[in-house]
Design a protein around this ligand. Structure first.
Ligand code: GLC
Length: 506
C-alpha cells in the first residue's frame, strides 16, 4: 500500500491538471489551477447547527474562498430540520443511487451558493427526514450512507477535489471508503484525505458484527477500523487519512494522553507525525459589537457607553436589579466536561459576593435542575435561563462583564472568543483552545485563567477578576485587550492552506 501511495503521489504531482477528471470539468485555465477542497461535515451554519462544528464549517470555507487560488465546496446531509427559507435557495441537480452493502439507496443531490462557497446537500428521506441531526438508533448507517454518497456524488457533480476535508466521526467513513473500497478507482486515487477532530469524545463506535452488512467493508479492512473490540470510525479515519488535525495546538498535545483521548491515545501517538493543531477563528463580521443588531446598543473599543446600555437592558430583561455590579455569565451546554461541577462546588461562595450571575444553556437534567433551583433561591442575583436562544446569547455576551468558561476539556471553544468580541472578559481554565486563546491579564494577557480542576483555584481567580473590575481604568484596559484580540480566520485560514499543501504533497 505504501508503495502504491508513493507512485500515486508522483502521478498526482506531475499530472495534477491532466487528470481525466480535471479535463472533463472545465476549459477555464484559471479554474483548473485552483486548489479544490471539499468539506464533508454533518452541520454548517447558516443551514443547520447544533454546536461549534457548524460555526467552523460555516465560516472557514468562506475565509478560504476569499483567496482566488481556492475552490472550496461543502457537502452536508439534507436534514428536514433545515429551515424552509434555506431550502428554497437550493436547486435540485438530480439523483443517483448509492450501494451501501446490500442496500441500493436513492440519493438526491441539491446545491446552492452561500457567501462564495458552493454547498451540496445529500438527500434521502429515510435517513434525514427526522427531528434532530443525531441521536437516532441508526446513526451509524445514516452517516455511513452520507459518507459513501459524498464519494458517489463526485462524478455526478463533476467536482474532483484535491483534498477531501472530513470533519468528526460523522464524516470519518468518507476518508475510510476513499482509501479502501475506492482505492482501485483511478479517478479517486489522487484525492488526499484530511480528517479534523472537533471533539475526540464522539468516535462513532459500532459492533464489529455489522462491518460488512451495514458499512459494506470486507474483512480485509477490519484491522483499519477495529479498535478495542469495536468498529471505531474516528480511529479508521486517523489510520486512513494522509493528515489529521484538531482545532487547537494544545488539544493536539492533550489528545496524546489518556486524560483527554477517550481511549484513542495510542492511535494518536502512533500517528502523531500526521497530526497538526490549528486554532479555530470565528466569524468576526457576525460577532461584531459595532454592528450586531441583536444588541440593545452598539459600541466599540473607543467608547464603551453602549455596553452600559446593553448591561442595564439585560438586567431589566432578566428581572435583575439595574445596578453597577459585575455580571458573571456562562453560556454553555450543561454537561460535565464544561466544568459545571466546578461552578456547582462554589456557586454559593460566588453568589455571596456583590455581583449578578447569568446562565444560559441546556443539557443534563441534573444540572438544569440545579441551576433552576439556584435561580429561585437567589432571585434578583442569579438568572438561570435553561434554554438555547441565539438572540438572548448575544444580549448576554454584550451585557455581561466576565465570561466564565471553566471547561475540564475544550478542543477549541468559541464562546470565549465571542465574549471577547463584545468586551466581556473571559475567565477560563487553561485547557485546549482556551489555553491557546486566553492569556492571564497579570502577564499582559486578555483575560483570567486558572490551571487545575480545583473549584477553589477557580474561585481565587474569580476574586482576582472582581478586584480588577473595581478599578475602572484597569477594567477598561482589560475590555480593550479582549475586544481587540484578533479572533478572525485570517491567520488560521493561512495555516489550513499550509496544511492542505502538506496533505497534498504526501
Ligand atoms: C466542538 C468542540 C469545541 C470546538 C468546536 C469547533 O464543539 O467541543 O471546543 O470549538 O467543536 O471546532
Amino acid at each position: 500500500m505504501a508503495e502504491r501511495k508513493t507512485s500515486t503521489k508522483v502521478k498526482v504531482l506531475q499530472t495534477n491538471t491532466k487528470r481525466t477528471c480535471a479535463k472533463k470539468e472545465t476549459n477555464d485555465p484559471v479554474l483548473t489551477e485552483k486548489q479544490k477542497i471539499l468539506f464533508v461535515a454533518s452541520e454548517a451554519r447558516p443551514f443547520i447547527a447544533t454546536g461549534g462544528l457548524a460555526d467552523v464549517v460555516g465560516s472557514l470555507p468562506q475565509a478560504l474562498a476569499a483567496d482566488p487560488k481556492y475552490d472550496i465546496r461543502v457537502v452536508l446531509p439534507l436534514y428536514s430540520d433545515i429551515k424552509p427559507e434555506m431550502r428554497r435557495k437550493m436547486s435540485f441537480l438530480g439523483n443517483i443511487y448509492v450501494q451501501l452493502a446490500w442496500r441500493n439507496q436513492y440519493c438526491g443531490v441539491f446545491t446552492c451558493e452561500q457567501d462564495g462557497v458552493t454547498f451540496y446537500f445529500i438527500d434521502n428521506e429515510q435517513y434525514f427526514k427526522r427531528k434532530g441531526c443525531y441521536g437516532h438508533y441508526d446513526d451509524g448507517e445514516r452517516f455511513a450512507f452520507f459518507s459513501l454518497a459524498v464519494l458517489e456524488m463526485l462524478p455526478f457533480v463533476n467536482f474532483w477535489p484535491h483534498i477531501l476535508h472530513c470533519h468528526d466521526w460523522q464524516a470519518a467513513a468518507s476518508a475510510i471508503y476513499l482509501k479502501t473500497i475506492y482505492d482501485n478507482r483511478p479517478e479517486y486515487q489522487a484525492i488526499r484525505a484530511l480528517f479534523t477532530i472537533h471533539n475526540i469524545e464522539y468516535q462513532g463506535k459500532y459492533s464489529l458484527d455489522i462491518l460488512g452488512d451495514l458499512f459494506g467493508l470486507s474483512d480485509e479492512y477490519r484491522s483499519l477500523v477495529e479498535y478495542d473490540g469495536c468498529i471505531n470510525l474516528m480511529k479508521g479515519a486517523i489510520e486512513c487519512c494522509e493528515r489529521f488535525s484538531t482545532v487547537s495546538p494544545t488539544y493536539a498535545q492533550e489528545i496524546k494522553t489518556a486524560q483527554y483521548a477517550h481511549g484513542l491515545q495510542d492511535i494518536i501517538c502512533r500517528n502523531e507525525q500526521k497530526l497538526t493543531g490549528i486554532l479555530n477563528g470565528i466569524d468576526v463580521l457576525s460577532y461584531n459589537s459595532k454592528t450586531d443588531k441583536a444588541l440593545f446598543a452598539n459600541y466599540d473599543e473607543n467608547d464603551f457607553s453602549g455596553k452600559k446600555v446593553c448591561k442595564a437592558e439585560l438586567q431589566k430583561m432578566l428581572g435583575l436589579p439595574v445596578k453597577d455590579v459585575p455580571i458573571i455569565a456562562m453560556i454553555t451546554r450543561l454537561v460535565s466536561h464544561k466544568g459545571v461541577d466546578l461552578v456547582k462546588a462554589v456557586a454559593e461562595d460566588i453568589l455571596h459576593e456583590d455581583l449578578q450571575f447569568v446562565l444560559l444553556g441546556t443539557g443534563d437534567t441534573k444540572y438544569e435542575d440545579y441551576f433552576r433551583n439556584l435561580g429561585e433561591r437567589y432571585e434578583g442575583k442569579c438568572s438561570a435561563n435553561i434554554a438555547f436562544n441565539g438572540d438572548l446569547s448575544r444580549k448576554i455576551y454584550s451585557g455581561a462583564d466576565i465570561f466564565l468558561m471553566p471547561s475540564i476539556s475544550e478542543p477549541c471553544g468559541l464562546s470565549q472568543m465571542i465574549a471577547s468580541r463584545y468586551a466581556t472578559v473571559p475567565l477560563v481554565r487553561e485547557t485546549g483552545g482556551l489555553y491557546d486563546s486566553i492569556k492571564p491579564f497579570g502577564a499582559g494577557g486578555n483575560g483570567f485563567t486558572f490551571a487545575s480542576c480545583n473549584p477553589y483555584d477557580m474561585l481565587y481567580v474569580i476574586h482576582e477578576a472582581l478586584d480588577a473590575y473595581k478599578n475602572t481604568a484597569v477594567w477598561e484596559e482589560l475590555m480593550k485587550k479582549a475586544i481587540m484580540t484578533d479572533f478572525s480566520w485570517l491567520k488560521s485560514a493561512d495555516e489550513y492552506k499550509k496544511l492542505y499543501d502538506l496533505t497534498f504533497a504526501r
